[in-house]
Design a protein around this ligand. Structure first.
Ligand SMILES: [Zn+2]
Length: 210
């Protein structure tokens, strides 16, 4: 309670002070886009997002990723779950929720996995288990120099599965913070499908429009 008085949570989108049981202020929630976005990744996976990466949303995500405003994750997770529930994919009956693993260099720096926190909150809201199903095994700081198509082909080899038993025959919800080209989500989805996943649905907090 004392900490709550010292550091009251703030709305991720407008910085207004809110109570701990809220994820954003009522005005910002009312301004959410009505319809979720459904995008297709380069390899044909469906990705659902509540937001476009712009203005207040982009600011809130940057504050979360680069300034450690961890509280914002709650709002992103709730928005993702609400977006999924507004689509046909709500009936997909996922059995497990997972996230895109972080890069090795960031892991070495002991950064926390931002996608994992969003995915864990979402799993809780969906009442499904969160599992770390695969890890990143190759670093790709040279990735920018590769052409897009090559990047897609290369990507799936950057990851390896932890336990195939937990993937085989499962319907999996794969979560990341944002989607840009979709190459990373495509590669991760392919890793899961190669390991026998029955279906993979991707979801992110925001889609970057080019
Ligand atoms: Zn607000």
């Amino acid at each position: 309670m004392f900490l709550e008085m010292l550091f009251p949570p703030k709305c991720p989108y407008c910085s207004k002070v809110i109570s701990y049981d809220m994820t954003e202020c009522l005005a910002c929630r009312a301004a959410y886009p009505l319809d979720p976005m459904i995008e297709v990744t380069p390899k044909g996976d469906i990705c659902i997002a509540p937001f476009t990466y712009e203005e207040k949303i982009a600011e809130a995500i940057k504050n979360y990723k680069f300034k450690g405003v961890v509280f914002n994750a709650k709002s992103f997770s709730a928005a993702i779950v609400s977006a999924i529930r507004k689509t046909y994919y709500k009936d997909m009956c996922f059995e497990v929720v997972t996230s895109v693993p972080m890069t090795l260099s960031r892991k070495k720096n002991r950064d926390f996995n931002q996608s994992e926190l969003i995915a864990k909150n979402a799993a809780e809201l969906l009442d499904k288990p969160y599992e770390e199903l695969f890890v990143r095994t190759v670093d790709t700081s040279y990735q920018h120099y590769l052409e897009r198509d090559k990047r897609i082909q290369h990507n799936k080899n950057y990851y390896s599965v932890i336990d195939e038993e937990k993937i085989r025959g499962k319907k999996i919800l794969l979560i990341d913070d944002i989607m840009t080209s979709g190459a990373t989500l495509s590669a991760c989805s392919e890793v899961l499908k190669d390991a026998g996943a029955e279906r993979v649905l991707c979801a992110v907090a925001a889609i970057v429009r080019k």
